[in-house]
Design a binder for this molecule. Structure first.
Ligand SMILES: N=CN[C@@H](CCC(=O)O)C(=O)O
Ligand SMILES: [Mn+2]
Ligand SMILES: [Mn+2]
Length: 311
């Protein structure tokens, strides 16, 4: 593997004396060549995209905070989980860091693993997707479905700058250049936090949009059915979770906290539905900023979602 740094030191925590009481820190393994396929955590310690997007930096600390939050959670998995270390961006060269992330993601997919990338600002998405694209590149026209749970479209015009606000517009451009379809679902969007231009671009790109206020107990099943149909029309799903989709009380530790958001109890059933599709090939978490977290609330919420997806 080509990660920029790797240490298993963070994986420590409570050890219970009774049988069958393992936690993540007791079961996760350092990634090594030739191991059985499993879930692989790969950090993307980067907030250069957030800085370029005029946001609150600090998401570079996300991978470490996520591992710490995950370490003490109960282990219920049957298949292995590995830690592949971090890709870092310490010199402001975001494009080079995204390219290294892509090569690592591609190598993991080639080896039969499910990569779970720990961001980092949402600029992680361009690197993650590029890795999946590299992996599927041999296919004629792979139908990659992107499902983004986010208060924001992140479809800003990349002609100005590449940032945490542009990844899906960059992916749309790349897809068009390759003659591949662009299939993007963005759920949890806040109308108040996205300009008219962004809604217009989403409509032009035929994005499946569900706004934050549309996701309620009474609409969950219908939205789940929409996601089933979206997944059925794709060869592979890339799930990206911008943790600022949660309300600020559940996720204060982000660059742009959501005044309303979509609560965990509504998000979780939709994630279960996507998982049940059997088409998830790549997952990432974006925008956790530990510098603004309260009581590790945001890290714990994200770790709970990782735990749910890993069962
Ligand atoms: N990845 C973040 N994207 C948001 C940030 C919004 C904000 O800082 O208020 C965006 O660009 O729209
Ligand atoms: Mn985002
Ligand atoms: Mn967001």
């Amino acid at each position: 593997m080509l990660a920029d740094r790797h240490s298993m030191e963070v994986w420590g925590g409570r050890i219970d004396p009774e049988a069958d009481s393992a936690r993540w820190h007791q079961r996760i393994q350092a990634l090594a060549e030739g191991g059985a396929s499993g879930l692989v955590l790969l950090g993307f310690a980067c907030d250069e995209g957030v800085r370029r997007n005029q946001g609150r930096v600090g998401a570079a600390g996300g991978p470490l905070a996520l591992r710490k939050a995950l370490a003490n959670l109960a282990w219920h998995r049957l298949a292995p989980a590995y830690d592949a270390g971090d890709v870092c961006c310490e010199d402001g060269d975001l494009e080079a860091a995204q390219a290294r992330l892509a090569h690592n993601v591609c190598a993991l997919l080639d080896a039969g693993h499910l990569p779970l990338v720990l961001g980092g600002g949402h600029e992680v998405a361009f690197g993650s997707w590029s890795g999946l694209a590299e992996h599927l590149g041999g296919q004629a026209q792979p139908r990659i479905g992107i499902v983004n749970f986010d208060a924001h479209f992140d479809l800003r015009d990349p002609a100005h700058v590449h940032s945490s606000g542009t990844p899906f517009a960059q992916i749309a451009e790349q897809s068009a250049a390759r003659g591949w379809p662009f299939r993007y679902a963005c759920l949890g969007v806040s109308r108040a936090s996205n300009t008219r231009a962004l809604f217009t671009r989403a409509a032009e790109l035929n994005v499946l949009v569900r706004e934050d206020h549309e996701i309620r107990e009474s609409t969950l099943d219908a939205i789940g059915t929409e996601l089933d149909a979206f997944a059925a029309d794709c060869d592979a799903l890339y799930l990206t979770i911008d943790i600022d989709v949660l309300p600020a009380c559940e996720a204060p530790g982000v660059s742009a906290p959501a005044a309303r958001g979509v609560r965990l109890e509504l998000l979780e059933p939709l994630l279960e539905r996507l998982k049940a599709s059997g088409k998830l090939r790549l997952v990432d978490f974006a925008e956790l900023n530990p510098e603004y977290d309260i009581d590790n609330r945001t890290a714990k919420a994200a770790a709970r979602l990782i735990h749910l997806l890993s069962l």
